[in-house]
Design a protein around this ligand. Sequence first.
Ligand code: G3H
Ligand code: ZN
Length: 283
Amino acid sequence: MLVTLKEILQDAQKGGYAVGAFNVNNMEIVQAIMEAAEEQRSPVILQASQGGLKYAGVDYIAAMARLAGEKASVPVAVHLDHGTDFEQIMLCIRNGFTSVMIDGSQYPLDENIEITKKVVEVSHAVGMSVEGELGKIGGVEDDVAVDAKDATMTDPKEAALFAKETGVDAFAIAIGTAHGVYKGEPKLDFERLKAIRDAVDTPLVLHGASGVSDDAIKKAVELGICKINIDTQIRQAFTRGVHSVVENQPGEYDPRKILGPAREAMKEIVSAKMQLFGCAGKA
Ligand code: G3H
Ligand code: ZN
């Protein structure tokens, strides 16, 4: 069933688990995630970045993800990831997304609050949820690129003000993770996470979670993270699946025989994440 992000995250916060938000760009990715969600009996968030929407078309992504949600026996939210453009956000809402992210993290606090507030006002008026972000997460996620030297962690006092002023339903924070492939082991600032949790009631979101150790993820969930974003590891699984066919059966030319194993590889990683995040068995 299709639900809003708010409903999914309220249950997660009450239950002390996190729900996986997985980036989708094509049909095989949507199907892999949904097969995992059904098998694991897990609520799930299908999200698309602006880059994903540019690649596949907002109408195609919305149609596929909404169909997946309507057919599913588990709760599914259809979410815009890292929206930076007001018109694009409105387009997603018109196309049937159930929630949007406005990423104003590149702006000073007051401007970020102002931009985010505007999106919250409009989205809440039509029953959609909103994720905001404060602090700059390093690395590259499609259209959003932040140099490691420009990455800044979320300040707990500013976080309290941001949550109160904007009224967001989900709050993305920067505590040491980054988008893309990590060079070394990422170090998460758990003290900061605790301080933010004490200052803010809004469900918290961890971006850049691909490649973060299982122990660190478990600790982050214990300390109040309710939504965890995974994109890079899905891309890697997809590519691994394609490579295995191309290398082992070089004469294969049927796309279904190449993409089928990629879909299986993605399903496996998504299932493992659902078990790790604690959302498996919660639907
Ligand atoms: O918004 C999407 C996620 O933050 C992706 O993070 O590159 O670690 O998979 P990732
Ligand atoms: Zn992200």
